[in-house]
Write a protein that binds this ligand. Structure first.
Ligand SMILES: [Ca+2]
Length: 294
């Protein structure tokens, strides 16, 4: 009996996830001055999107995939991307120089991210962002995270007078050319041409990516990684150790391993998308673009 009672107390005191429009509206009003009626109206129109729901259910039910870096990188570092990156660099040299002056981030890295995220905005985002975030906050494995992104989305549309029903995003609710989650827009977004913040503009997208990296520890003119060895034994021995002011990371290229010392700039890149594979792919693409520019 005592055991049941203790269990009951623990269960009741642990916050249970619930999607409650009244609570969300009151919270956004208290914290961000968003009128309760606005939040109610927006959320009353939100719909579950079938393909987002089936996507999260597929992800939840499939075993976690670990990519061999050598396979992963082929999607991101290839002839087409290098060629388009060089073209973009040459046609936006002035903008990239200004962004470098202000944020100190390597322009080739910014160009590589623009390429990988949305192919410089050429990939058209077709999912209704409100509906995607609503669906994710109800059905994904990370409901709390997506609920907080949905709340940020409501605050963002209210503050910037953006029509909440017309914003398009990715299937995971990422917005604009740089694919920012809603909570990152006001934190790291930059209006770089004086007409208001719009992440669908190349100027704002480029500056916002650089600002994001700067705020996550980018150090001007410092290296991202330095190649250490392709000796698998040595790499295994040194992996994750601190060395020469950085930390050793190892990648499996299929034919063998390579290890590198990763510095602050690598960890800033990792923050952008969460994985080491992403950070390394951005770096490799940026190096290929830079070789043809400098
Ligand atoms: Ca702007």
């Amino acid at each position: 009996m005592r055991f049941i009672l203790v269990t009951l107390i623990i269960v009741l005191s642990y916050p249970v996830y619930g999607f409650n429009i009244d609570e969300i509206a009151v919270k956004l009003n208290a914290r961000y001055n968003v009128p309760v009626e606005y939040t109610h109206y927006v959320l009353s129109k939100a719909k579950v999107v079938d393909n987002v729901r089936s996507f999260v259910e597929r992800v939840a039910n499939s075993p976690e995939k670990t990519f061999v870096f050598g396979d992963f990188v082929k999607f991101f570092v290839n002839k087409r991307r290098i060629k388009e990156g060089v073209e973009f660099y040459k046609s936006h040299r002035k903008l990239l120089n200004r962004v470098y002056q202000e944020f100190g981030v390597d322009p080739c890295v910014v160009v590589a991210i623009l390429s990988i995220e949305t192919n410089f905005g050429r990939i058209k985002l077709t999912t209704n962002a409100l509906d995607a975030l609503y669906t994710l906050s109800l059905y994904s494995k990370r409901k709390r995270y997506f609920l907080s992104e949905l709340e940020s989305f409501i605050v963002y549309t209210f503050r910037h007078r953006v029509n909440p029903f017309s914003v398009k995003g990715s299937i995971t609710g990422a917005l604009g050319i740089p694919q920012f989650m809603p909570s990152n827009i006001d934190r790291y977004g930059v209006d770089f041409n004086g007409n208001g913040l719009n992440l669908n503009e190349v100027d704002d997208a480029t500056a916002s990516i650089a600002n994001y990296l700067l705020k996550h520890g980018w150090k001007k003119d410092k290296p991202v990684v330095k190649f250490l060895s392709n000796d698998s034994k040595l790499c295994r021995r040194l992996n994750a150790k601190n060395l020469n002011g950085g930390k050793v990371i190892t990648f499996n290229y299929g034919s063998g391993v390579r290890c590198f010392v990763a510095y602050d700039n690598f960890w800033a890149l990792k923050k952008y998308n969460g994985t080491k594979n992403y950070a390394m792919a951005v770096y490799e693409l940026s190096e290929e673009i830079c070789k043809k520019i400098r």
